[in-house]
Design a protein around this ligand. Structure first.
Ligand SMILES: *Cc1c(COP(=O)(O)O)cnc(C)c1O
Length: 420
């Protein structure tokens, strides 16, 4: 499609967009009486207008039933997490039995590594991407140390080449090959939080398995953003949060995936809690742990119902829309954003550089504004655009297909241009 850089054209695209009505199902922060241009759904997704009633339902049932709400609530708390499973599984391309909503992201990464990072004298290395999200780096480092290995020796970080922003897939594959005798685990952010680069998880998983390693992904920036087929790709485990693209509210409950092939292995070591015990006999309160036959085995505690209620409100929307429709709009929005940036560059001396690879991206575009520092980001905020800033010099913009519009992108372009 041939794009145009004007308001009427952007509005015409919005009219033709069959997801356009979903925008009105979300609350937008206001700036001078108008919706802000919200490009930070990759950090904290907007609040669906339905969320309050989902949480209110649980408050009502708590006041009406007290402890009996575990059974009598409209959505009984005892099994509340089960209401999320199927819809979540669809979003990440997993079987319901492979999927569970529990805890928070970094907690889940640790719990899964307890089971899947089992280093030996020979095989103890972990391969990850350089400059992974700090929490992931700390998690990996502490796991390595916990097992008595040396971080400098055991952690292999694959970096972009000199002068490049994203990591070449061939460099990941050759690092796997090179370390194939000592590699225990590959743990990569499936979508890099900084550049927005999407990794070829299928190929990396295959290569990892061929090398004899376990392969897991952090999908904080993947879940709800890109097409995922965790089951078919044969990924061993994964974890993600629900407050970014999944719009479940600050610090909301996270997700975890364990591939079906591991579920029959009841000898897998794990850190256990009562919610991972077989639900049929959980309340016999016996001292012997009998594992759930599903990913629910990794649960420790009973369900945090309020954050799960927020998550349920959001997943109901995803389920109604369907991921394929979202991906289609997402591609269209990012293509328009790319076009608008190119238009600005024509007038502004090519000062904007998109560092997100065009062939491997979700809805996030990371932009380096050469010659401009954080002041540019501050001015965007002052002018009603909310992107985010990542040191040392990147402005991240996520045009989220559920609630962002082509007009948002046009307005962003006009404001950005006026500040350069
Ligand atoms: C957002 C994000 C986190 C945050 O971890 P929490 O445990 O949810 O605080 C971790 N890893 C990555 C890759 C992220 O993008």
């Amino acid at each position: 499609m041939k794009f145009e850089n004007n308001l009427a054209f952007a509005q015409q695209l919005d009219k033709a967009d069959r997801l356009n009505t979903y925008r009105s199902k979300f609350f937008f922060p206001q700036h001078n009486g108008k919706d802000v241009v919200y490009f930070t759904g990759n950090s904290l997704g907007l609040q669906p207008k339905t969320t309050q009633s989902y949480i209110q339902q649980e408050l009502n049932d708590w006041s009406a039933f007290g402890v009996e709400g575990h059974f009598l609530a409209k959505y009984p708390w005892l099994s509340y997490h089960e209401f999320l499973t199927e819809k979540m599984a669809k979003i990440v391309g997993a079987l319901p039995e492979e999927t569970v909503m529990m805890n928070q992201l970094t907690v889940n990464l640790h719990l899964l590594m307890v089971s899947f990072y089992r280093p030996t004298q020979q095989r103890y290395k972990i391969l990850c991407e350089a400059k992974a999200f700090p929490s992931d780096q700390y998690a990996l480092q502490s796991q390595v140390k916990f097992h008595g290995h040396d971080i400098a020796d055991a952690l292999i970080e694959v970096s972009p080449r000199e002068g490049e922003y994203h990591i070449r897939e061939e460099d990941i594959l050759s690092a796997i090959e090179k370390n194939k005798d000592s590699l225990a685990l590959i743990m990569i952010g499936g979508v890099n939080y900084f550049t927005g680069q999407v990794f070829d998880m299928k190929t990396i998983t295959e290569a990892g398995h061929k090398a004899g390693a376990i392969v897991g992904f952090d999908l904080a920036h993947g879940a709800g953003n890109i097409k995922l087929e965790l089951h078919n790709w044969n990924v061993d485990f994964a974890a993600w949060c629900s407050y970014k693209y999944l719009n479940s509210g600050p610090g909301s409950v996270a997700g975890a995936f364990v591939h079906q092939k591991h579920l029959s292995n009841t000898n897998l070591p794990l850190f256990a809690g009562w919610w991972g015990h077989d639900k049929k006999t959980r309340f016999l309160m016996d001292s012997t742990f009998v594992p759930m036959p599903t990913a629910e085995r990794w649960q420790l505690s009973n369900a945090p119902v309020f954050s799960m209620a927020a998550c349920r409100a959001s997943l109901d929307i995803f389920d109604e829309v369907g991921m394929d429709a979202l991906f289609e709009k997402s591609r269209h929005l990012t293509a328009y954003m790319e076009f608008i940036v190119a238009e600005i560059n024509k007038e502004k001396n090519n000062c904007l550089q998109i560092i997100t690879p065009a062939q491997n991206r979700g809805c996030q575009i990371s932009i380096v504004a050469n010659g401009y520092g954080k002041a540019l980001y501050n001015k965007l905020i002052e002018n009603g655009v909310i992107p985010d800033w990542r040191e040392p010099n990147v402005i991240r913009c996520a045009a989220v297909p559920l609630y962002n519009s082509f007009e948002d992108i046009y307005r962003f372009g006009e404001i950005l241009k006026s500040l350069l």
